[in-house]
Every structure is written in C-alpha cells, then in structure tokens.
Design a protein around this ligand. Structure first.
Ligand SMILES: *[C@@H]1O[C@H](CO)[C@@H](O)[C@H](O)[C@H]1NC(C)=O
Ligand SMILES: *[C@@H]1O[C@H](CO)[C@@H](O)[C@H](O)[C@H]1NC(C)=O
Ligand SMILES: *[C@@H]1O[C@H](CO)[C@@H](O)[C@H](O)[C@H]1NC(C)=O
Ligand SMILES: *[C@@H]1O[C@H](CO)[C@@H](O)[C@H](O)[C@H]1NC(C)=O
Ligand SMILES: *[C@@H]1O[C@H](CO)[C@@H](O)[C@H](O)[C@H]1NC(C)=O
Ligand SMILES: *[C@@H]1O[C@H](CO)[C@@H](O)[C@H](O)[C@H]1NC(C)=O
Length: 935
C-alpha cells in the first residue's frame, strides 16, 4: 500500500511536468522520411526533410537498441561547406541541445567519420566515430542568445559527415543558470547514474527534461573505472524528494553506490579537458540508518590539504533521508583524467554514498558576425531567387563563410566582400548597406536592381564596386569621388541621372559609366564658366611662376659666380644618394655569407686532430644509425662524441658540407649540438657534444647495478625529448622530421636532462652515406606502420615512435621483446590492449609501483596510446604531447590544483559541506526556491 501510494505520487508528479514540458520538445530524426511518435517514449519525432535539403537519407544497419530514431541517419556532402539546422528558441531561455551520431556500421569503408560540430559560431565538438555501433551524444546547455540557434556540421577530416538526431529540450526557470552564461555555454562532459540497474542510459520519460544519464555499468573505455574494493550497489523503490534546483530524475536518485570499506573512488576521462567546469554531486540517503548508524565522508584530494576539512552528512545536509542534497561547484578546474574518492570519516559507522555526478565544461561563446552586416545579407537574400538561397545557413562567416561573401578575421567577423553578380536580385539595394564599414568589394552587377544608390559615404574601405547592368536610378552622390580607397566603379547600363562628380573623372578611379543616357559630365554653361575662370587663373599662375623663376635663376647665377664651394657641399649628398643601393647590397650579401661563419656553426676539424682527440679511436661508446661513435677530448678540454660514418661514395661532397652547415645551425637545448665535422678520403665524421649519462635506452634497460630512474625523472626526460622534437617539427623552416626516434637516440647529459640526437640528415644525404635507399628508415619496434606501408613521411611518424618511447618509460620494457610479449606482439599491442581495458597498473614498471601517482601515469599512457594510433592524423602533435607531459608532471608533483575554487556565495545554515574548497549552490528546499527568479 505504501509502495503503491509512492508510485502514484511519482506518476502524478511526473505526468504534470511531462505535459507542460514535452510539447515544447523539438526532436528531429535526421534522415527519416516520415514523422512518427515513438510508442515506447511518447516522443514525437519529425523528419528533417524540408529542414535540411542537402545530403541523403541513409538506412542504419544495426540501430542501437529499440530506439526508433537511430534507424536512419543523414549523410552530408563531403565538401568544405557547412550544413546547418536552424532551431527556434526563446531568447534568454535555457535549453539542452543535443546532437547524436550513430553510424551503424563502417563496413568496408576505410576511414571513420571525423568532422566538426558547431553551435552558432562556437565550436561544439569534433565528432570522431571510432565505434560505429555506439551512439555518440553531444550535449550543450545554453541560454539562448537570440530567437534561434544554428547547429552546423562542417569540415570533415575523414569519412562522411552525418547526423542521427537533433534535439532541443527547454529547461525550467533557472536550472543550470550560471554566473558565466553571458559568455559561456555549458558543454556536458559526464552525467553518470551510479548504482544503475542496467547498463542502459536513463532519459525521457524517466527524466522529464530528457537529459541522458549514463549508467555506471556502461563499458566505454576509461569511463567510470577503478572502483575501490568493497563498492556495493544499492537501490530503493521509495520516492526521493528531488525538488532542488536541477530536478534530477527520481529514478536516478533511487540507485547509488556505497563504499562498504570506507572508500568510494572512480576515474573517468573528460573530453576536451583540462578546462574550467561546473560540477554537481547528487547525494540522497536511500538506506534506512539505524539509530546508532551515521554516514559521514569527505572528498579526498590527497595532494591538496584544504580539501580534507569539509564533511558530507547527507541526511543532515538534506534535512532527511530520501531527500536530495545537491552541492555544486560553480567553477573548478579539472583535468582530462578525473579521479575522485570519497572517504568515510573516523567517527562514521557507514561508508560514503553517491547517487550521481554531472560535469560540464565552460565553453566560451564565439562571436558571431557583426549583426549589422548580417542584416544586409538577410535583406539581399530576401530579394534574391528562392533557388539561390538553399545553402546560406548559419552564421555568414563562421565556421566557413557563405559562398558569396568574404569575411574579415576580426572579432566579431565582418563582411569584406559581397559577390552577387547575375543572381537575379530584384528590388532596391538595402539601405542598411551604409553600416557595412568593413566592406571592400561589392559585386551586384547583372541583376535587376532598381532605385537609388544607398548611402555609402561611410564605407571608406570600399575599393571595387560593380553595379553595371542593373536598373538603378537617381544621381551619383558627390562623396563617391572622395571615397579614399575607391579604385574601380562600374555603373554601365543603368539609368542614373544628373552630373558625374568631377572627382570620378580625374583618372584616379577606374570609372565606367557607358549607357546611362541621362548621366552627363558637368553642364556646358558651368563648364564654360569654369573654363574661363580656370584659364584666367592658369594664365595668371604661369605668369607668376615665370616671374619667380627668373628671380631664382638670377640669384643662383650671382651666387655661383661668387661662391663655387657651396656647389660642392651639395654634391656629395647627391652622389651618395645615387649610389646608395650598391653598398647596402654588398652589406646584405656579406651578412648572408657570413652566416656560415657565425659562432656556433660547425667547423672543419682535420683528421689528425680527431685522431689525437680520440686517442686513435680507441674508446667506442656506441653505434649510431650511421656508424660507430667514439669518445674524445679536444685540445681545449671539451669532451666530444665522434661519429664515423660508414664509408661512402666520394662524390656529393658539397652536399655533405651543406647539410652539416644546416644542421649545425639548429640550436635547441634539447637537441645534441653538432660541433664539427671532418671529411677526408672516404671518411665522413661528425663531432657532437659528449653526453655523460649515455642513452636513455641504456639507462632504462641497461645494467642492473644502476639505480632505476624514478618516475619524475622519466617524465622530465620525456618532456625534454618532446621539446626537442617539437622544435625540429615547428621551429625549423622547413620542418625537420627525425625519422629515427628511439630511446637510444635520446641522450642524457650530466644533469640528466635529455637531448635528442641523430636528427636532420636529409634522405638524400643519408642514402649517399649508407647506400640504403627505398627502405623506410627507422628501427624495428619504433617504426610507424603507416610510413612503412606507404612511404609517406610526416611528423606524425616521429610522433608514433615517440609514443613507443613513452610506453618504454612507463613500462621499463623494450619495444620488442620475445620474453615480454611473445614473438608476434610488441609493446604497442600489449599496452594498447591493457589500457583499453582500463588497466594501467599492469603496464607500469614494477620498480615504480608504490612511488607514483597513478593519474600521472594515466595521463602519459593516454597520450602514448594516441601517439601510436594506426593513422597519422589521429595522433597528436608534439605540442599537445608536451602539454600532456607537463600536466602529468604537475599531477605527480601534486602542486596542481585539481579543484580550484572561488568564493562561496550565500549558503544555508544547514550546510556543513566542503566550504573550504567548493562553491556550493544551495539546495534550498524552501518554497521561494522552487520558483527562483529567472535570470
Ligand atoms: C516547470 O515550471 C513550471 C512552472 O513554470 C511548472 O509548472 C512545471 O511543473 C515545471 N516542470 C518541472 C518538470 O518541474
Ligand atoms: C512533419 O512535421 C512537420 C512539423 O509538424 C511538418 O512541417 C512536416 O511537413 C512533416 N513532415 C512529413 C514528412 O510529414
Ligand atoms: C535492489 O536492491 C535489492 C536489495 O535492497 C537487491 O536484492 C536487488 O538485487 C537490487 N536490484 C538490483 C537490480 O540491483
Ligand atoms: C573560473 O575560474 C578561473 C580561475 O579562477 C577564471 O579564470 C575563469 O574566468 C572562471 N570562469 C570560467 C567560466 O572559466
Ligand atoms: C527539517 O525537517 C523537519 C522535519 O523533518 C522540519 O520540522 C524542519 O523545519 C526542517 N528544517 C528545515 C531547515 O527545513
Ligand atoms: C551593356 O549592354 C550592352 C547591350 O546590352 C552590352 O553589349 C554591353 O556588354 C553591356 N556592358 C557591360 C559592361 O556589360
């Protein structure tokens, strides 16, 4: 009976809200051919035919579950245009906007779809479909900036861009209001239902706002993994009072996880993080506590002492069991890997409990095109043919401009060129054109435009105007002649009347005005008057000039005779002016030639000198890819590594020298400097700075006696090497691809700082030197499979090899090792399979375990796996890798603030939680809060 009444209450509550809410839902099933109502949810889906006229409807082979909306998708053309859906909104109302993507099956198609999704001008997400059977849902919470929004798809990198559904869900009142909403959208990164009964997500009708609450049983990679032992799932059927600000669904609150051993911990990846975020935790006590039982816990942030103070006591915070307590952190900085744990306090009898979390990234709203410019474009569109307009959707400039406009790169973007020649425009040129201050070119020729010219006096950047072959009337305003940048004005075949502004006829402007029968130059009489006036002024002026000239000539003559020296004074100046180009030319060439002699540039070292330095090449310290390396000490005491190239054919000497000269000009603290070279009798020798601590390979896999490298040192080495490679790729012009990145090419100096060696010889030079041609350079275990396959060399090949080095650093294992991975596999296969399972511990070097923060390793493991992606374009750039390593160093050092906080706002006195580090939105249960003032 009690149960029944609870159900009734839920049902009634639910029904009332549903009725008010659902009618406002917009649910577009992209690619569907008909409108329908899904009987299982009651949602009315409409087809996008008529909304989107591009692309084609495609049947999806194995749609997810029973969801009807995934039976079709819309594939959009693969081109550089954007394809936009326009959704009507109420300005300043808050909405959840959702786009979903389920490809169905990749079949034989080689490349998976990867493209961009925009909300107005704001980049929303890069959609990458790696698993065709999965539904990728992108959600953004917005306060509508105007009376409609555009959701656009563009910029396919690979595969065909597509979309499955587009959904707009109005939110109530101040749900999800933030202090930053004027400038930021909230991009949903995680919304997790803990203790879920099944692995399916919950949404409408369980959630009247149709948010998607992912189940914590969802087995996506790196999603809610690493649960502490003793984690138990609990559920209840009792109603939960959830009328806090965000109204989470009761069904989500009816399940939870409890850390029976005192700890509740999880880890998940947050797309596009690190970033500032809004984070909610949802707590509701759903166990009946005995009189002696208490549940108190804290959020534990081990490297941040401040976090340890505040205590959650759900029942007390929420004023009762079965009542939601919803603390939210207004602005916290979170990392890509979010790890959190709740730990019970000493005086608590029960372990921590968690019902749900929700994390959204603050996404800066990008500026749309200046509205005054947009108004003109709209007006021009409205006078053009229906058939010409189909593709002008979304913002005129961002992310890609409409075909007939050109945009500035300013913020906000402005229109610099309108190209509508011969587009059947009928009517008057919109007078608002007067506000398009950034316009430089206007092409409206060959239309049926009528009426007078709009005011263009403020368009001072205007350079080229084409208005010929229209039916324009009225006069040419005089300011047309004084537009400062005007170069061309074409008005042939119109019906302009009146006088041509004289300034247009001076020849400064290309001015074409044939076939305007009523347009004329200045009237005869005024002309004659002007002529007379002009002539008389002219004559007077000539007389005056003649008079002055004769005076000057007379005076000069007199001076010349009296003082010859004054002439000589002027002369040297003139001379130097006449010859000024020549000396500077010489100076220039000297500067350029001189470059090779600059300090820091490799110099030639005679062979005997090297023989002496190396004591006749007696101490061999290694074998590089071109030959053996010997230790040496120059006369000045400088320690060097002398590398003797394998013998080579004797021609192309010049090329060797040039290469050396180029190489020696590359200086970076993370690249081994080239000091000199020697070239004698089939011997080619390079002399490098000596690195005291040898190669990374030897340090990692070398003798057992050495102290193993600790994690922070490894990170530092990775960072140094990554910086060195980054410099090669981006700091040199043209960029240099190393092509043989491996741990034995990463050298350690006396301070254990790493430098990359063996870079930069061009393929040509190298072929010369080693007789190897048409074989991909590189070392087994490090070789980019893509490069190996197609011989197309890019920086991403280095990235692949560097990913292998990162895996070596994490695991302490060699890239290829029969004992470790068997004959078939290598470090990449092995690590990938472990990491995909969410198991990073198994790949960590045993000597590190216990002395590292696992999140720090995670960060590196993540990026390493990205580096060894099969396809080059999926791999990160060196810059991104450097950032990831820096991140990881911060995590390891623990100085990083995983949660930063801003000052607390008014909180209810009931609250005891987390005041030291969290800004908490009060889950105020008083009635005023149920109808909060709309912001
Ligand atoms: C949304 O707000 C209206 C009042 O403005 C209220 O009647 C309705 O129940 C609310 N919906 C939900 C789901 O709370
Ligand atoms: C679907 O519904 C929309 C809006 O109600 C309507 O404009 C459209 O014509 C319908 N489409 C089809 C295929 O029935
Ligand atoms: C819900 O909780 C009860 C105990 O309270 C348990 O027996 C049952 O298995 C749980 N249901 C699920 C689906 O976990
Ligand atoms: C969040 O806090 C950071 C630093 O405290 C600040 O720079 C930022 O503007 C705040 N707001 C958002 C939306 O990021
Ligand atoms: C807490 O709940 C009790 C009854 O459960 C009620 O009397 C009291 O007013 C509530 N306190 C607040 C601050 O709402
Ligand atoms: C103006 O019209 C005439 C006759 O229709 C045509 O021959 C001429 O090419 C036109 N002028 C321009 C600049 O298009």
């Amino acid at each position: 009976m009690v149960l029944y009444s609870h159900f009734l209450v839920i049902y009634l509550l639910f029904l009332s809200s549903v009725v008010s809410q659902v009618t406002e839902f917009i649910s577009i099933d992209c690619g569907s051919t008909s409108n329908y109502t899904d009987p299982s949810t009651g949602l009315a889906w409409i087809s996008d035919i008529g909304i989107m006229n591009n692309g084609k409807s495609v049947k999806v082979e194995n749609p997810s579950g029973n969801w009807m909306q995934y039976r079709t998708r819309r594939d959009l053309p693969i081109d550089n245009k954007k394809y936009c859906y326009n959704l009507i909104t109420k300005e300043r109302r808050r909405y959840l906007v959702r786009a979903t993507f389920q490809y169905g099956s990749l079949g034989s198609e080689a490349s998976y779809p990867k493209f961009q999704l925009y909300l107005d001008a704001t980049l929303w997400s890069t959609v990458t479909v790696l698993d065709a059977s999965r539904v990728y849902a992108k959600e953004m919470i917005i306060r509508a900036p105007s009376d409609s929004i555009d959701v656009c798809i563009c910029c396919a990198v690979t595969g065909s861009p597509f979309i499955s559904t587009l959904e707009l869900r109005p939110l109530n009142l101040s749900m999800y209001a933030t202090d930053f909403e004027d400038n930021f959208f909230l991009k949903v990164a995680a919304r997790v239902n803990f203790g879920a009964l099944t692995k399916d997500a919950l949404r409408y009708p369980d959630d009247p706002y149709d948010r998607i609450w992912d189940s914590d049983l969802d087995r996506r990679p790196n999603f809610v993994v690493g649960a502490a032992s003793g984690t138990v799932r609990i559920n209840t059927t009792k109603n939960i009072e959830t009328r806090t600000r965000e109204y989470p669904p009761v069904k989500v609150m009816q399940t939870a996880v409890v850390g029976t051993e005192g700890v509740l911990s999880y880890r998940l990846n947050l797309e596009d993080f690190p970033a500032n975020a809004r984070a909610f935790a949802y707590f509701a006590e759903i166990q009946d506590l005995g009189p002696s039982e208490t549940r108190k816990f804290k959020l534990e942030q081990p490297y941040f002492a401040d976090y340890s103070n505040a205590v959650v006591n759900i029942a007390e915070n929420a004023n009762g069991s079965y009542t939601l307590y919803e603390p939210s952190y207004m602005n916290v900085t979170l990392n890509f890997v979010l790890s959190f744990s709740f730990v019970k306090t000493r005086d608590s009898t029960l372990g921590p409990l968690l019902n749900a979390i929700e994390i959204s990234k603050y996404q800066k709203i990008a500026a749309k095109t200046e509205w005054q410019d947009v108004m003109v474009l709209e007006a021009l569109r409205s006078i053009s043919d229906e058939s010409e307009r189909t593709n002008d959707r979304g913002d005129p400039c961002v992310p890609v401009p409409w075909e007939w406009v050109t945009c500035s790169t300013t913020t906000p973007p402005r229109i610099t060129k309108i190209a509508l020649s011969g587009k059947n425009l009928k009517g008057e040129i919109p007078p608002e054109l007067k506000n398009m201050e950034a316009l430089t070119e206007l092409w409206l020729d060959g239309n049926f435009l009528t009426g007078p010219l709009p005011d263009m006096s403020r368009l001072i950047d205007l350079r080229i105007v084409h208005l010929e072959n229209n039916e324009l009337t009225g006069s040419l305003p005089s300011y047309m002649g004084s537009l400062p940048n005007l170069q061309e004005l074409h008005i042939e075949n119109n019906s302009f009347v009146g006088e041509i502004p004289p300034a247009l006829l001076t020849g400064k402007v290309i001015f074409k005005y044939d076939n305007n029968p009523k347009l004329h130059k200045e009237s005869r009489r005024r002309m004659r008057f002007k002529l007379i006036l002009g002539t008389s002024i002219g004559v007077l002026a000539i007389l005056l000039v003649l008079f002055l000239c004769s005076l000057i000539v007379l005076r000069k003559l007199r001076r010349k005779i009296s003082n010859q020296k004054s002439y000589e004074k002027v002369c040297p100046l003139a001379d130097s002016l006449r010859t000024s180009t020549k000396p500077s030319n010489t100076a220039y060439s000297i500067a350029r030639g001189g470059h090779f002699m600059d300090e820091g540039v490799a110099y030639f070292i005679p062979l005997p000198e090297l023989e002496e330095a190396t004591n006749n090449f007696c101490k061999k310290i290694g074998k590089g890819s071109f030959g053996s390396v010997y230790y040496g000490k120059m006369k000045d005491g400088k320690e060097v590594a002398v590398k003797i190239m394998a013998d080579s054919c004797s021609h192309r000497t010049q090329q060797f020298v040039t290469e050396v000269a180029l190489l020696s000009r590359i200086h970076h603290r993370n690249l081994v400097p080239l000091i000199g070279y020697c070239e004698e009798e089939h011997q080619r020798i390079l002399v490098y700075e000596y690195m005291h601590n040898g190669t990374l390979r030897d340090r990692l896999h070398g003798s057992v006696n050495q102290k193993p490298l600790d994690w922070l040192t490894r990170l530092q080495i990775a960072h140094d090497a990554a910086k060195g490679l980054e410099y090669l790729h981006t700091g040199c012009n043209p960029g240099i691809i190393h092509r043989d990145v491996k741990s034995s090419n990463i050298l350690l100096d006396i301070n254990m700082r790493a430098k990359v060696s063996d870079f930069g010889l061009s393929r040509q030079a190298e072929e010369d030197l080693t007789h190897i041609s048409s074989v991909a350079r590189g070392t087994v275990g490090y070789l980019d499979p893509e490069y190996y396959g197609n011989q197309q060399l890019t920086e991403k090949s280095d990235v692949y090899s560097f990913g292998v080095v990162l895996l070596e650093l994490i695991s302490g294992k060699k890239p290829v090792s029969v004992e470790d991975f068997g004959a078939e596999l290598n470090i990449v296969h092995w690590a990938r399979s472990m990491i995909k399972k969410g198991d990073v511990i198994s790949i960590v070097d045993p000597v590190l375990i216990g002395n590292v923060k696992i999140e720090s390793i995670w960060r590196i493991a993540e990026v390493a796996i990205q580096c060894v992606e099969q396809r080059g374009f999926s791999r990160p750039k060196m810059q991104e890798i450097v950032l990831a390593i820096q991140d990881s160093i911060k995590i390891e050092k623990g100085g990083d603030q995983k949660f930063s906080s801003s000052s607390s706002k008014g909180q209810s006195s009931r609250k005891t939680l987390l005041t030291s580090f969290l800004e908490i939105e009060s889950p105020d249960l008083s009635n005023e809060c149920l109808a909060p003032a709309a912001r």
